[in-house]
Design a protein around this ligand. Structure first.
Ligand code: COA
Length: 569
C-alpha cells in the first residue's frame, strides 16, 4: 500500500511503525502535522491508499479524512477517548492495575470516536508515562496498526469490540495536584509518573514554582512531610507523609533556567548545595529502594554496569562518573563487563539541555566541548580495555553518539524492537565524534557509513545486525532480554578460549594503533567538532536550541517527505 504518515513529530513510535511498514514492503512517506493545507498538499502529491497517524496533537482536517481512510493510533482501550489517555490510566491505575491498550480508529468529525479497526492490550505497569509509551504502547501499536492495515486491504472492518473505556477530558494541573503533607509516597509517585515527559507535575521547590519529573522511591530517609531532605549527584530527596521520594528532573517556571527541563540539582544549584549529601557507599547496586543512576552487579564472572540517565542524555559530569565506574569495574576479578545502559535508553549522546542551559552563565560552545571530550574519554576507556571482554547490551533505544559509544564495546547485543539513530546531522549538521570514523567503516564499508550518516534515517535492531553494525539481536521482551544477556555473558566469561580471545583483541587493537593511533582519530573528529561549536556557521547552536525548546518544525525534512521529491518512496 501507499501509506502517508501524518505525525506531530518523527518520534520513537512513529519511527518504529515506519520501520515495521517499510519491512513489509509498503511505500511510505511522511508529513509533519504543520497545517491543514500542508496535509492536504501531501495527500495531493503522494496519493496514498491510507493515512496512518501514530502521534498527533490536532484533529485531521475533514478535507483529508473524508477522502481516504485515516487510521489514528490512540493509546487507550476501546471506548477510551481524549488527549490524556495514558495520564489518566497511570494516575488512576494504581487502584486496579488491570489491562490497558492501544486502539486504531478511523478519523471522523469527533476526536477518537470513529470506527475501530483494531486494538491490542497489555498489562498495566507502575512506571513513568514515557516508559509505558516507549515499551508497551509501542509494541501494542505495532500489532494493532499491522492488523488494521491488513483488514483495510481486505476491505472488511471487524465488528465493533466491547468498549470498556470512556471519554476523559484533558488532564489539568488541578487534576494532578499533590499535597506533600497529606499524600502518601505511592500517590505522589503515580502522579509524577502520569505527568512524566510532558507536562510535568506543577509544584514548588524552595518556594519556586516548577514542574517535577523523574521520581524514584526512597525507603530509608525520613523527615517532616514536604521537607527537602538531601541531595545525591543530580537528584533531590523530599519527604512525604509516609516516606520520601527522589526528584531527578525539574523545569523551573518563568525565565530562570530558560524553561528547560534540567537535573534537579542544576535547576536549583544554590539551594541544593545547602542540603546534606546522601552518598551511596560505592557503585554496587543499593540493597534498598533509592535513587542510583550508576549501579553495578556481579555474578558468574560477569560485571554488569547499569547507567540510568534520564532520556539517555549524558552530561560532562555523568560521563566522568561513568568512566570512573567503568575503570573500577575493570579492576574486578571478572572476565566480562556488560554495559547495560538504562531501561528506556542506552544513550542519546551529549546532554543538549545542560549545554543549552550553559547559555545562562557560561558558553554553550565550551560546555559542548567539555561534554564531547568527557564522552570521548569514556569511549576511549572502553576501547582500550584489555582486561575484560566488553559487551554493550541495549535494552533501550540509542541515538547519535550513544550508538557509537555502544560500538566501542567488543560485542553489541540489542533487544529486538530497539530503534537506533546512528547519525548526527539532524543536530545542525554536527560532524560527530565518539570514534565513529574509526568504528563505523570497517563494519559497514565506506559507502555504507556515508549512507547511514547522510540518510539520517532510524535503523531497527534487526537492520543494524543485518548491516553488520551491531552483532546480535536478542529477545523483544525486556525481562527475557535481561536474562539472555546474563546467560550469554556468563557463557562468554566461562569460554575456555577466553584468554585467547582477550589476546586476539589486544593484538587487533595494537595493529590498529600502529596504522593510526586512537588519539589521531579523536583529534581529526574533534577538529570538525570544534568548527561546529566555535566556527562561523551557527547551525548546531540553532538546531540544539530548537530541539531543547521543542520548537515546532516549520517544514518536514525532505528525507522523510518523500512525496516532495529527491527520495522516491
Ligand atoms: N540531550 C538532552 N535531551 C535529550 C537528548 C540529548 N542528547 N536526546 C533526547 N533527549 C530528550 C528529548 O528532548 C525528550 O525530552 P522530553 O522528555 O522533554 O520529551 C526525550 O529525551 C525523548 O526524546 P525524543 O526525541 O522524544 O525521543 P525519540 O525516541 O522520539 O527520539 C532521538 C530519539 C535520539 C532520535 C532524538 O531524541 C534525538 O535526536 N536526540 C538528540 C541526539 C543528539 O543529537 N545528540 C547529540 C549529539 S551526540
Amino acid at each position: 500500500m501507499r501509506i502517508l504518515f501524518l505525525a506531530h513529530s518523527f518520534n520513537s513510535l512513529t519511527q518504529r511503525l515506519w520501520d515495521e511498514l517499510c519491512a513489509r514492503g509498503h511505500a511510505l512517506s511522511l508529513e509533519l502535522d504543520i497545517a491543514d493545507s500542508v496535509a492536504e498538499e501531501a495527500v495531493e502529491l503522494f496519493r496514498p491508499d491510507a493515512i496512518v497517524a501514530p502521534f498527533l496533537k490536532r484533529a485531521i482536517p475533514q478535507s483529508v479524512w473524508s477522502r481516504l481512510p485515516c487510521l489514528v493510533v490512540h493509546p487507550g482501550i476501546p471506548g477510551d477517548r481524549g488527549p490524556s489517555a495514558l495520564d489518566w490510566a497511570i494516575q488512576e491505575g494504581a487502584a486496579q492495575w488491570g489491562q490497558w491498550g492501544v486502539t486504531v480508529l478511523q478519523a471522523e468529525a469527533e476526536m477518537d470516536a470513529g470506527p475501530i479497526w483494531a486494538h491490542a492490550e497489555f498489562p498495566m505497569r507502575l512506571a513513568r508515562k514515557s516508559s509505558l509509551y516507549r515499551r508497551e504502547v509501542t509494541e501494542a501499536a505495532c500489532i494493532a496498526v499491522l492488523a488494521a492495515l491488513e483488514r483495510l486491504a481486505g476491505g472488511a472492518r471487524p465488528p465493533p469490540p466491547a468498549c470498556r473505556g470512556r471519554a476523559r477530558p484533558l488532564m489539568t494541573q488541578a487534576d494532578r495536584a499533590v499535597d506533600w503533607e497529606r499524600d502518601d509516597s505511592a500517590t505522589i509517585l503515580a502522579r509524577i509518573h502520569a505527568a512524566d515527559g510532558f507536562p510535568g507535575l506543577a509544584d514548588t521547590l524552595f518556594g519556586v514554582p516548577c514542574r517535577l519529573f523523574d521520581a524514584w522511591p526512597e525507603d530509608r530517609l525520613r523527615g517532616a512531610p514536604g521537607a527537602l531532605l538531601a541531595r545525591r549527584e543530580t537528584a533531590l530527596c523530599r519527604a512525604t507523609r509516609d516516606g520520601a521520594l527522589w526528584i531527578g528532573h525539574v523545569r523551573r517556571d518563568g525565565d530562570a533556567g530558560s524553561g528547560i527541563k534540567l537535573p534537579a540539582t542544576v535547576a536549583f544549584a544554590a539551594e541544593a548545595a545547602a542540603l546534606p549529601e546522601a552518598p551511596l557507599p560505592g557503585w554496587w547496586t543499593a540493597d534498598h529502594a533509592t535513587w542510583q543512576d550508576i549501579r553495578y552487579e556481579e555474578a558468574a564472572g560477569v560485571g554488569i554496569l547499569h547507567f540510568e540517565f534520564y532520556n539517555g542524555a549524558m552530561g560532562t559530569d555523568q560521563c566522568r562518573r561513568l568512566e570512573a565506574a567503568f575503570r573500577w569495574t575493570a579492576t574486578r576479578p571478572t572476565r566480562v563487563i556488560v554495559l547495560a545502559g538504562g531501561e528506556e535508553f542506552w544513550s542519546n549522546g551529549i546532554h543538549l539541555n545542560l549545554i543549552e542551559a550553559a547559555s545562562e552563565s557560561d558558553s554553550p560552545a565550551d560546555e559542548s566541548w567539555a561534554n564531547i571530550n568527557a564522552m570521548n574519554d569514556l569511549a576511549e576507556a572502553i576501547l582500550r580495555c584489555e582486561s575484560h571482554l566488553t559487551v554493550a547490551a541495549l535494552a533501550g533505544n540509542a541515538g547519535a553518539g550513544g550508538c557509537f559509544l555502544a560500538r566501542c564495546a567488543d560485542r553489541v547485543w540489542l533487544r529486538q524492537g530497539v530503534m537506533l539513530n546512528p547519525h548526527y546531522k539532524n543536530m545542525g549538521n554536527l560532524y560527530g565524534s565518539e570514534f565513529w570514523t574509526y568504528l563505523l567503516p570497517p563494519r559497514v564499508g565506506a559507502e555504507g557509513a556515508r549512507r547511514l550518516m547522510r540518510q539520517r534515517l532510524p535503523l531497527s535492531a534487526r537492520d543494524a545486525v543485518a548491516l553488520g553494525f551491531y552483532d546480535t539481536c536478542l529477545a523483544a521482551d525486556h525481562a527475557q532480554f535481561g536474562e539472555e544477556v546474563r546467560r550469554q555473558a556468563a557463557a562468554l566469561a566461562a569460554a575456555p578460549d577466553l584468554a585467547a580471545q582477550l589476546a586476539a583483541k589486544a593484538a587487533r587493537r595494537a595493529a590498529d594503533e600502529a596504522v593510526k593511533p586512537l588519539t589521531q582519530w579523536r583529534a581529526e573528529e574533534l577538529a570538525e567538532m570544534r568548527r561546529n561549536f566555535y566556527g562561523f556557521d551557527p547551525s548546531y547552536h540553532y538546531a540544539r536550541h530548537q530541539f531543547v525548546h521543542k520548537t515546532p518544525q516549520a517544514w518536514t525534512p525532505r528525507h522523510l517527505a518523500r512525496h516532495r521529491g529527491r527520495f522516491s518512496p
